[in-house]
Design a protein around this ligand. Sequence first.
Ligand code: NDP
Length: 487
Amino acid sequence: MTDTLAPVKARKLLIDGEPVDAASGRTYQTINPATETPICDVAEAGVEDVDRAVQAAHRAFHDGPWSRMRAADRQRILWKLGDLILEHADELGRLETMDNGKTIVESAKIDAPMAANCFHYYSGWTTKLAGETRPFNPAFFTYTLREPLGVVGAIIPWNMSMVMLGWKCAPALAAGNTVVLKPAELTPLTALRIGELALEAGLPPGVLNVIPGPGAVAGEALVRHPLVAKISFTGSTVVGQHIMRESAATLKKLTLELGGKSPNIVFADADLAAAVKGAASGIFYGKGEVCSAGSRLLVQSDIHDAFVEKLVDRANKLVPGDPMNPKTRLGALVSEKQMNTVLGYIATGKKEGARLVAGGERQPVDGKGFFVQATVLDDVRNDMKVAQEEIFGPVLSVIRFDDVEDAIAKANDIAYGLAAGVWTNDVKKAHTVAGRLQAGTVWVNTYNFYDVVMPFGGYKGSGFGRDLGAEAMDEYTQVKSVWINVE
Ligand code: NDP
């Protein structure tokens, strides 16, 4: 196993443009889940540090140049940050792979460019935000202004640190807000490095502060802080619900993206070779630690047996390997805890009557690491735990359906509504089913495609608000109506 490169230096919090120790002096070790060895010490933010970061962001918003800067200057800085992320994609990729266990291909070739793309795209929005004149009475000149909110608290998960940072910080900053970013305690390294790159790009001190620390302490303090205008969160439903309750006291605006249990529906008339590939990558990409993973595979009964046979063949070929090796396609789960959760779900599925047809075990690489085999559970009923709960690992639950109505009913019979896939060669069926699925994103004859121009977010229990696209700019701005008496 490649145990990384040069040693990674200890990391401090990034507050007001400076690397600083936690006020308590506390640090923790971040662990490489593929080797089970510590990567480096990281300063651990507590309540006092959150306050320092929020005060810095508040000063930067009210007294600093960012929100009042010429839009074209903000644009240049955000574009430059996108360039710097691309220039450092290999370094950032290695950091992310060490911290998270995902493959180097995913972190250096997909996540880092996707984060860069967010800064490039939203830099363009700085000069496109506009209000409107609304002429309705000659006695008044009336118009609207789109204004930033103030301090945005961004709380992101461990599965896609760079991508989530880009999704949240780029539109928030483009709109003129300042940000306090709390990355997940498990994966703080790329967020801290991108914070440094932001300063190099010319972002004024205090505009982007990065404070890793435990969610229950640092995250909680950010949510409760009266100077924070908005929380943009991606993570579990339970924490999302908690954040919603806690932010009521200070009436914060919220964007909540809360995961899913997305149906990937294969009709008998689909291109089956493409659908097998899409079903496998839909769940095994990112080791299944992906909010939009196609974790419920709905297969039409007529083709079920043949389809599952091909799928199992594919799953068996996808073996865990050294995440630093560019040929590896299945990395390590993020932590021992997450691995045990996933293995626990596999055991539950078997107990509930599902049939294990591929994988199912921990499979260390060179004797180490939190790796789990690509796993397929067949004969799953939609009311089983493994069909209803987010497992967040490389585990696919296969469910049969009979016809279009049955497929739609089963697909929608779930608390979540983040994404869905449809595989069919019948264009009418594709449109009908896409229209009736309760999901924020529907992919037809493809899966897990993203672009910064296309909004992303949930229906039902998957949360509300939208990341990406023009829609994200609405999440980070507010509208002011101005009336000028001209009589
Ligand atoms: P969490 O929802 O706990 O973590 C997401 C973020 O929220 C992290 O930065 C976390 O901090 C922070 N957080 C935790 N508690 C609080 C709190 N009380 N107030 C404010 N912020 C808080 O997810 P987990 O890491 O615990 O993962 C558990 C499950 O959640 C997974 O198995 C998966 O099913 C789901 N999940 C879904 C994701 C998605 O993309 N929708 C992403 C990640 C997980 P910290 O981690 O530092 O404690």
